[in-house]
Write a protein that binds this ligand. Sequence first.
Ligand code: TIU
Length: 230
Amino acid sequence: MKLHLDAQPFGYEFDVAKTALVIIDMQRDFVEPGGFGASLGNDVRPLQAIVPALQNLLHAWRQVGGFVVHTREGHRPDLSDCPPAKVNRGSPALRIGDEGPMGRVLIWGAAGHAIIPELAPASGELVVDKPGKGAFYGTYLNEALQVRGITHLLITGVTTEVCVQTTMREANDRGYECLLIEDATESYFPAFKQAVLDMVRAQGAIVGWTARSEQVIGALNLSTEEGARA
Ligand code: TIU
């Protein structure tokens, strides 16, 4: 069944069976003190504010049997998949691979690398480990979506202008129709978040659409009620 949202800059239509909810990098390393995000000098608290909206959206999406993709940014313990240009960027208190309060920063298996418990992946949901900002770079995400016939992506997570925007642009180039969920993505820099929302939907949705989580949940609830009446 086709669902319709009054998205920006104009209506967005999607079919749950051909759509994936993509949750980008909701890991302890980005949203909790002592992780990678904090080591770069950021106040991580604003990122925690989106968790309730994301939980509600995830719950509603699971209720209708929608496909879920979780991504995690991180590297192999020997850093063989992490270019020096990434390790050496900036002047962080802790560099990628260093031992921090949540284990080795941004390394597979460390406590900080884990997705926060509130959004823990459920059985049957795809978890994609990505070495870069974009979820399509160096991963099998495109193949995993193609075999399932996915054409539309609902994009959420952190941070809006880094991994979320990069992923949305990569997806756009691969032909996916992308909707960015405004209250389910966050940045360490409010102005950057606003700029991304404005940029992606400018020029007639040059990269994609934006809408709020309650609009998606409302459309899903309506489809469930209509399904029950049919
Ligand atoms: N630093 C920052 O804003 N983000 C990242 O390094 N990774 C993600 O966005 N996941």
